[in-house]
Design a binder for this molecule. Structure first.
Ligand SMILES: C[S@@+](CC[C@H](N)C(=O)[O-])C[C@H]1O[C@@H](n2cnc3c(N)ncnc32)[C@H](O)[C@@H]1O
Length: 238
């Protein structure tokens, strides 16, 4: 959980802990999804990744599993890949090492500089950008768009706009990979962030963005203790 009793804690079940009482009064819902909110978390961490609630120092296990099993038949080596809300760049680095042409972006300037410092030889691949206002040259540019744990961090009123923005990045035959926390209860009843998504919520948002599932959605528990229910889904244009 990020928010428990008003205190922001680690997203991972592993080592859940408060990251700062100063955040207790700032984790209101409107602030929670703003650029300022994310920037303040990265800036307040002052270079200490253990103070970033969702940062665990490695790429998403579900992403790695997908890259090892499904991606080779779906996305050619050298394909253009966008990593949305890349944070410190763990997922982006895994994709770069597999030979994809990666553009990783985040709305937090501090996160982008931090990611660049962790991967100096690929610094140019980490870019400051807002999903809701990407450079026009990115429209319809990416063969694969990787979206890990960002939709769940947006208030529900932004989901549709986010899904449309994600779809807008795809080439006509591109794929969108979504990995997010899964829920059985609609997010409107959840005291987030995060606001996990039900399968129906994800399908509805992506359908309205003109996308259809490329394969059945996969729901699974991660390795955290306690385990967190997750969804993995691949979409293409209808
Ligand atoms: C919950 S974190 C997940 C980070 C990373 N994807 C991961 O799984 O570790 C959400 C990330 O999305 C970024 N973000 C939030 N809103 C964004 C937006 N509108 N455009 C780009 N990045 C955004 C935040 O700065 C943050 O790095």
């Amino acid at each position: 959980m990020w928010l428990e009793s008003g205190i922001l804690v680690r997203a991972s079940g592993k080592g859940a802990r408060a990251v700062g009482s100063e955040l207790m009064t700032t984790t209101t819902q409107p602030l929670a999804t703003s650029v300022d909110y994310f920037e303040s978390i990265y800036a307040d961490a002052q270079g200490d990744a253990s103070r970033i609630p969702w940062e665990d120092g490695h790429a998403s296990d579900a992403l790695i599993n997908w890259l090892n099993t499904v991606a080779p038949s779906l996305v050619r080596c050298g394909a253009r890949v966008a990593v949305v809300g890349c944070g410190l760049g763990d997922d982006a680095r895994a994709l770069i090492h597999r030979g994809y042409e990666v553009t990783a972006f985040d709305c937090s300037d501090t996160a982008v500089h931090w990611a660049q410092s962790l991967d100096p030889s690929n610094a140019g691949r980490y870019v400051h950008a807002n999903l809701f206002d990407v450079p026009p040259r990115w429209h319809h540019r990416f063969d694969l768009v990787v979206e890990v744990n960002n939709l769940q961090s947006l208030t529900t009123d932004l989901r549709q706009e986010a899904a449309t923005a994600l779809a807008n990045l795809l080439t006509p035959h591109g794929r969108l990979l979504v990995i997010c926390r899964a829920a059985e209860t609609p997010a409107e009843f959840v005291d987030g962030p995060p606001w996990p998504l039900t399968e129906s919520e994800l399908l509805e948002a992506t359908a309205l963005a003109g996308l259809v599932p490329d394969s059945p959605l996969s729901s699974f528990s991660d390795d955290d203790d306690p385990a967190v229910l997750q969804l993995r889904a691949v979409f293409r244009r209808a």
